[in-house]
Design a protein around this ligand. Structure first.
Ligand code: COA
Length: 193
């Protein structure tokens, strides 16, 4: 299956299964603590989160069947503003919370970083969110505050920090507006997965 046939590089994907787990056993996205958390999640938690429906993990590989990346997705919601007087994500509205698709984890194997795979996978997630038959306004994720590389990657992809500061351990919430963002495209099919 190709997430974005018109886009290079081509990636194939599937929902994580025990077979995939064996193929991804030496997956490694880097040396920092947050990288190890991501690698450990895939090995130790992803199957369980899938079977308990907390998140669903998809794994991606290239044309040579080399493990490339994984992403864990779940539903979520974001706060429109931190307090009544504060700035809003959706300015001038009465909403307390807004629907979102949560990118719970995203990691590209270090041997394949910088080749465009992360962008391809984000485009695939955007198309999936836009074709959901339920309301979903934002893509949301938490990035480690020290992870400057990922923060820059998401910023380049059109993600922004909400206009309020939220203490969430050491993680920064980042959002992508599925309405009106430059890279938003309307999918032709309602069934991308
Ligand atoms: C962050 C990550 C997902 C990006 O995926 P990727 O496949 O390496 O990124 P791409 O090759 O698609 O890069 C897309 C754009 O982001 C930029 N980018 C990617 N990594 C970057 C970095 N380390 N610093 C600055 N910009 C970066 C690229 O320059 C590119 O910009 P361009 O289109 O203007 O050339 C991947 O590097 C990764 O998994 N890192 C380790 C795990 C991690 O930190 N995950 C995020 C947890 S929230």
């Amino acid at each position: 299956v190709k997430p974005n046939p018109q886009q290079e590089p081509t990636l194939y994907y599937d929902k994580l299964s025990p077979d995939h787990l064996a193929r991804f056993s030496d997956f490694c996205c880097g040396d920092e603590a947050w990288h190890r958390d991501l690698d450990d999640f895939l090995r130790d938690d992803a199957m369980h989160e899938g079977s308990t429906r907390l998140s669903i993990t998809y794994v991606f590989w290239d044309e040579g069947s080399n493990p490339v990346a994984f992403v864990a997705l779940s539903t979520g919601q974001i706060q429109n503003q931190a307090n009544k007087e504060g700035p809003q994500v959706l300015d001038g509205t009465h909403y307390h919370s807004i629907s979102a698709l949560l990118i719970a984890r995203l990691a590209v194997d270090r041997r394949h970083q910088g080749k465009g795979y992360g962008s391809t996978i984000l485009a695939w997630i955007r198309d999936m969110a836009l074709s959901l038959p339920i309301g979903c306004r934002f893509l949301a994720l938490h990035v480690d505050r020290e992870n400057a590389a990922a923060t820059e990657f998401y910023r380049k992809q059109g993600f922004f920090k909400p206009p309020y500061v939220k203490a969430h351990h050491n993680r920064q919430l980042m959002l992508y507006d599925l309405v009106g963002s430059p890279q938003t495209s309307t999918p032709e099919t309602s069934d991308p997965v």
